[in-house]
Design a protein around this ligand. Structure first.
Ligand code: SF4
Length: 392
């Protein structure tokens, strides 16, 4: 039998959050990898060397996929030029040391990919009003979460502990959904196109008709419904949530999915506070693998259905009034196609793209208007642009 839901949900303590960041150190922090200063030195020594663009070598992108000849070069000592080339051949996932992406990374990309990249690289250039809007939205979401459960801080000691918290939060909502209840802030994760994705569903409830309904709350600074382009971005976001959630309850989130993509260790002992929190929730676990096994069994054996209905509620931040509700149609093939297109950027298979000319109006309110390379290239002429035309 599945345990009763705990009265609280866990979040990492401040120290734990630092541990999460440390765990995200990737290829650039490996011993032997070039620092930016070393790279600059090499570039100065070999000015004629052509740097590879992501994906144009036709070679695999991750060091573990390097062909045999690359290993022999490593053994015999790389030339400076080879080191520069390998550094330049990093995919965006590697460049930003990411082992996974968030659903919102992809949905933001569907608004303007170039803007999403600038947002990651230059967050300090974001307009202050955008920052205020985002922070207010976060506070409203937290307040709604606190309506249904408490949030407790749990100290984490490893990256496995940080993921254990997400899994415990997921485990805690399964019995609630089985009993026909309503849950908020539900973590979902899975793999699309060989990239690990994670997201947080705002709310899952059963409708009067008994259908499982996803409700996403979008708060707005202005007291009217968003444009079609904004809605398109939000539609894609909730479709990705459904895609991931359905795969989870259909038993596709096997333990090795997490270990192979996030490089988590099955045998890693869980920290004391994690084990205590798990115990209170009715789970006896010692290592991370125990928890993964529990997650897989609980998801697979539960009779939770796939999501039947996707709804987005838009409300005005200041007056807290509902502006309108959109019902979103889920078309799996289209969702997969879009995800494939956006993930191609992250995997280094194509260059970053900005908005097409018919959507240039988005640039007027963009924080990166003054520095945007995409706009500069467009102004120089079509022959300066690289990459295929953006898919629709
Ligand atoms: Fe995208 Fe336009 Fe902003 Fe450039 S200026 S990042 S193309 S919205």
């Amino acid at each position: 039998p599945l345990p009763s839901p705990p009265p609280s949900r866990a979040s990492p303590s401040a120290q734990g959050e630092a541990a999460i960041q440390a765990s995200m150190a990737g290829p650039g922090s490996e011993p032997g990898e070039l620092s930016d200063a070393e790279l600059l030195q090499l570039l100065l020594e070999e000015p004629g060397d052509r740097a590879l663009q992501p994906g144009d070598s036709g070679k695999p992108n991750s060091s573990s996929d390097l062909p045999l000849e690359s290993f022999s070069e490593v053994l015999t000592g790389d030339s400076a030029a080879e080191k520069v080339k390998r550094k330049r051949a990093q995919t965006p996932l590697e460049k930003y040391y990411l082992k996974y992406l968030c659903v919102t990374d992809l949905s933001t990309q569907s608004w303007c990919e170039q803007q999403m990249v600038y947002g990651r690289e230059l967050p300090q250039l974001q307009a202050p009003e955008t920052v205020v809007l985002l922070n207010t939205g976060k506070s409203i979401h937290l307040a709604r979460e606190l309506e249904v459960h408490d949030v407790v801080k749990v100290h984490t000691t490893s990256k496995e502990d940080s993921w254990a918290i997400k899994i415990l939060n997921l485990l805690s909502v399964i019995p609630v959904l089985q009993a026909g209840g309503c849950v908020r802030e539900l973590p979902v994760f899975g793999v699309i196109e060989d990239v690990f994705l994670m997201g947080i569903i705002d709310e899952l409830c059963y409708s009067a008709k008994g259908e499982l309904e996803l409700r996403e709350l979008k708060t707005r600074g202005r007291p009217f419904m968003p444009s079609g382009a904004q809605k398109k971005k939000d539609y894609f976001q909730v479709c990705l949530y459904k895609y991931l959630f359905d795969a989870m309850v259909q038993g596709q989130l096997k333990p090795d999915v997490l270990t192979s993509h996030i490089y988590l260790r099955l045998k890693q002992p869980l920290g004391l506070q994690i084990r205590e929190h798990a115990q209170k929730a009715g789970f006896t676990v010692t290592c991370f693998g125990d928890l993964l096994e529990l997650m897989y069994l609980n998801l697979t054996l539960s009779d939770i259905p796939s999501i039947d209905c996707l709804k987005i509620e838009y409300s005005h931040q200041e007056s807290n009034t509902l502006l309108g509700t959109e019902v979103v149609q889920f078309e799996e093939e289209k969702v997969r196609e879009k995800a494939q297109y956006y993930l191609a950027y992250w995997k280094g298979q194509r260059e970053v793209q900005g908005v097409e000319i018919e959507e240039a109006w988005k640039c007027r309110s963009c924080s990166y208007l003054e520095i945007c390379d995409w706009r500069k290239k467009r102004a120089e002429g079509p022959e300066q642009r690289s990459g295929p035309k953006k898919s629709k």
